[in-house]
Design a protein around this ligand. Structure first.
Ligand code: C5J
Length: 235
C-alpha cells in the first residue's frame, strides 16, 4: 500500500488493485489542424501535459501496473454517433467530415490516433469510446473486473469533459478515483481548475487529486510482486 498526499486528504493506493487510465490523448485533440483546434481552441494547453503524462505512464509501466488508453472515435459509417452529437458541430467541422488528419474522430484515421509520445506499447488495452465517458458502450468495465482493479488514476484530456465524465462513471461504479492534476488539461484552464475543485470537494465526492510526482512517490513503495501482471489483450 502506498500513501499519496492528495486533495482533499491522503489516499492509500494498493498497487495490486490500481490501473492508470489515459483519456483521449489523440492527435485530433492535441495537434494543430485537428478537431480541437478546428473548434477554435488553443491546443498548446493540451500539449503542455505531454511530458508529465509520459512520466506517469513510464512509472506505471516500470512498476508493472496496467496502463489503459482511451480514444474518442466513431465507426466510419457513424452508426455509433448519435445525430445529437454529430449535428452540434459546424458544417465541415463535424465528426466524420474530412479534416487535415483524415475524417474527424473516425476510428482508423490519423487524427483519431494517440500522439506518438504517448503511444501504447504491446499488450496495453486501448478502449475506443463513442461517448465522453469511457464506460459508456465499451468493455472497459469488463477489463477492469478481469484485472481486479478497484482504484483508478486518471490522466488525459479534457479535464472537464471526457476525464471528468469517466471519473464520475467510475465513482458511481465503486472505484476510488485519483486525478493526476499536472497530467490533465483543458482548452480552458479555468474549467480544469473548477472541474478538479468540484470533484475533490465535499470529502472527495468524486475523487482525489495529486501531482504526478506525488503519485509516483506513493507508488514507489510498490513491489512488482504485488502488482497485477500486464494483460496481453488489446481492445
Ligand atoms: C471532448 C474529450 N472535449 N476527450 N472530448 O470533446 O474531452
Amino acid at each position: 500500500m502506498g500513501r499519496v498526499p492528495a486533495r482533499p486528504f491522503d489516499l492509500d493506493l494498493d498497487p495490486g488493485r490500481t490501473a492508470l487510465i489515459v483519456i483521449d490523448m489523440q492527435r485530433d485533440f492535441l495537434e494543430p489542424g485537428g478537431f480541437g483546434e478546428s473548434l477554435g481552441n488553443d491546443v498548446t494547453h493540451l500539449q503542455a501535459i505531454v511530458p508529465a503524462t509520459q512520466r506517469l505512464i513510464a512509472g506505471f509501466r516500470s512498476a508493472g501496473l496496467p496502463v489503459i488508453h482511451t480514444r474518442e472515435c466513431h465507426q466510419p459509417d457513424l452508426s455509433d454517433c448519435p445525430p445529437a452529437k454529430r449535428l452540434r458541430g459546424a458544417p465541415g467541422l463535424r465528426i466524420g467530415d474530412d479534416g487535415p488528419m483524415g475524417r474527424i474522430l473516425i476510428a482508423g484515421e490519423p487524427g483519431a490516433e494517440i500522439v506518438p509520445e504517448l503511444f501504447p506499447i504491446e499488450g496495453e488495452i486501448v478502449v475506443d469510446k463513442p461517448g465522453k465517458g469511457a464506460f459508456h458502450a465499451t468493455d472497459l468495465g469488463e477489463h477492469l473486473a478481469r484485472l481486479g482493479i478497484s482504484q483508478l488514476v486518471f490522466a488525459g484530456v479534457t479535464t472537464e469533459v471526457c476525464v471528468q465524465t469517466t471519473m464520475r462513471e467510475a465513482n458511481d461504479r465503486g472505484f476510488e478515483c485519483l486525478i493526476a492534476e499536472d497530467a490533465t488539461a483543458s482548452y480552458f484552464p479555468d474549467f480544469k481548475k473548477t472541474a478538479i475543485d468540484m470533484m475533490t470537494a465535499q470529502g472527495a465526492i468524486v475523487g482525489w487529486a495529486a501531482p504526478v510526482d506525488a503519485i509516483l512517490e506513493g507508488l514507489g513503495g510498490t513491489t512488482l510482486e504485488t502488482a497485477m501482471p500486464l494483460t496481453t489483450e488489446g481492445a
